[in-house]
Design a protein around this ligand. Structure first.
Ligand code: MTE
Ligand code: MO
Length: 526
């Protein structure tokens, strides 16, 4: 209706998230969303956009770019942006706020995958050097912006716990710190996408998602209170879980910026589960990027369940309704690309994983360790190091190393545990080191040398990129007399689960749980 009133931007801005009647704009239209908020599936998150344009949020929550949503919004149409505030008939650029404007500054050594939202991995050098990852180099995985709270707001931050019967109990951060004993757990967080780029490259098939290398994993000590203690205080009777009469089957966590996921109730109340509501990391308050002021820490599970900026816990017979619980973080067969999301369980405990994070070649020595060597053949000294980790508290018991791409194997040294098991559970990774000799004959002109040709594989950009790079490296190798071999590692955990040989075998279109042997090409001048 073109007869609806026109509003100046100065007035629209007054109808922000704190006003009694919040408005948003879309294009040149103005909407009063007051009556919609309680029905909005994303809850009050929509208030972030109030007082300005909704477009930048819909660029994050793309699910909204849909006729169904436009129809809903139409019901709340109250007017237009005043002509005086339009540029070429459109709202001015500065009317569209950058949702990431308040994001914190990142350490320059982190390897950025995306800036908005912020996603960055820990550099190999830091993965190698530290058992406890330095806080500022801990990998960051954000789906949205980083909520901003002052210290006062943080102390007054409210965690709402809702029981299956609908009753709720509220705890401020101050309550949590004073009412419950402090617990500390040293635990790895690993993103389900860690090593996804290895899966894409190793299988030659593109995967959807951030192309992480080996650094979407880190280890920290977490300080907070026990989730089981808080649930008991809120009135939940954990014995109903043990005797099978519990109405609650899942613990749903929601973050302040709308992310959410859940864990099985069994894990939450298991005294050996060690699930924390953490406010500290490595002895200091959580940094903003890692969930300030409060997050869940679910040791042994995929990090997607360790919800940052935690504000709500709901005990329910259902998993979290969020897309991250139901339509993401699941695996399918290599042939399954049109999938039935409901048919697959959400990833919870992680499988066994390992990576090489450092390779150093030393001198040529007279005697190699190879069985075929008669003690006089030259060999190249090599030092490898890395991490190995398994989910569910299962300790890594062995890391196998192959210097000839899997034909023969030997073992790496596991470094002494710096965080002993808690109640029999290994929540931290193991770091490992290997020193050995690669016999001269293992170094070959790379077999997979391919001419730098355009082919029908060009449709697959990742494959092309990899082929090009290998071709370039090989061209370089031929020129400089470089010869290469592939070293491979795999870890085994205490129940003898081990890593698959190939990424092709576990390829899934989302690139989750890339745990195949980590293979690295090592080259030298011969
Ligand atoms: N919690 C909230 N609120 N928002 C998020 O985007 N990302 C999840 C999880 N918790 C996320 C979240 C994912 S997928 C991972 S891998 C971990 O947080 C990353 O935690 P970190 O950034 O502290 O390393
Ligand atoms: Mo993740």
């Amino acid at each position: 209706d073109p007869n609806l009133p026109r509003f100046r931007m100065s007035e629209i801005r007054k109808h922000d998230g704190k006003s009694e009647r919040p408005w948003v704009t879309h294009g040149d239209k103005v909407y009063d969303i007051t009556d919609w908020i309680s029905a909005h599936p994303g809850g009050p998150v929509i208030l972030r956009a109030a007082g300005g344009a909704i477009e930048s949020y819909w660029n994050i929550f793309t699910i909204h770019k849909n006729q169904y949503v436009y129809d809903i919004l139409d019901q709340y149409h109250i007017g237009y942006i005043d002509q005086a505030d339009l540029v070429d008939g459109k709202p001015p650029q500065e009317a569209i706020e950058d949702p990431f404007a308040d994001d914190p500054i990142r350490h320059p050594d982190l390897i950025t995958r995306t800036l908005k939202p912020r996603n960055a991995e820990t550099p190999e050098q830091a993965l190698s050097a530290h058992f406890i990852t330095p806080t500022e180099l801990f990998y960051i995985r954000n789906h949205m912006w980083v909520p901003k709270l002052t210290q006062d707001e943080a102390e007054a931050h409210v965690l709402t716990v809702e029981l299956p019967d609908g009753t709720t109990k509220e705890y401020t951060l101050r309550d949590l710190k004073t009412k419950f004993p402090e617990r500390k757990v040293t635990a790895v967080l690993q993103c389900s996408g860690n090593r996804r780029s290895h899966m894409s490259q190793g299988s030659g098939r593109a995967t959807n998602g951030l192309q992480w290398e080996s650094g979407a994993i880190s280890n920290a000590s977490w300080e907070g209170v026990s989730l089981a203690d808080v649930l008991a205080d809120a009135g939940f009777d954990a014995s109903t879980v043990r005797d099978g009469t519990s109405e609650a089957q899942h613990v749903q966590f929601s973050g302040m910026e709308a992310y959410g996921s859940s864990i099985p109730i069994k894990k939450a109340v298991d005294p050996q589960g060690d699930v924390l509501l953490a406010y500290g990391m490595n002895g200091k308050p959580l940094p903003r990027d890692h969930g300030y002021p409060l997050r869940s820490i679910v040791p042994g599970h995929v990090a997607a369940r360790s919800v940052k900026w935690l504000s709500h816990i709901i005990l329910s017979d259902e998993e979290s309704p969020s897309q991250w619980q139901r339509k993401d973080y699941k695996c399918f067969g290599p042939n399954q690309t049109k999938v039935d999301w409901e048919a697959a369980p959400a990833i919870q405990e992680l499988p066994v994983q390992s990576a090489i994070t450092g390779v150093k070649l030393g001198d040529w020595t007279a005697s190699g360790q190879s069985a075929s060597s008669n003690s006089t053949k030259p060999a190249k000294e090599v030092t490898l190091n890395g991490y190995a980790y398994s989910g569910g508290g299962r300790a890594v018991i062995r890391v196998d190393v192959s210097l000839d791409d899997g034909k023969t194997w030997t073992q790496a040294n596991l470094l002494p545990d710096q965080a002993p098991k808690v109640d029999g559970k290994a929540w931290s990774w193991k770091q490992w080191k290997f020193n050995g000799d690669i016999p001269l004959e293992a170094f070959k002109t790379p077999e997979d040398a391919v001419p730098d040709q355009e082919s029908d594989e060009d449709k697959n950009t990742i494959r092309r990129g990899t082929a090009r790079r290998v071709a370039n490296e090989n061209a370089e190798a031929t020129k400089t007399n470089k010869r290469c071999t592939t070293v491979a590692i795999k870890a085994t955990d205490e129940v003898y689960n081990t890593q698959p040989e190939s990424h092709a075998a576990t390829w899934n279109f989302r690139g989750n749980l890339a745990t195949a042997w980590h293979r690295v090409q090592v080259c030298t001048d011969c």
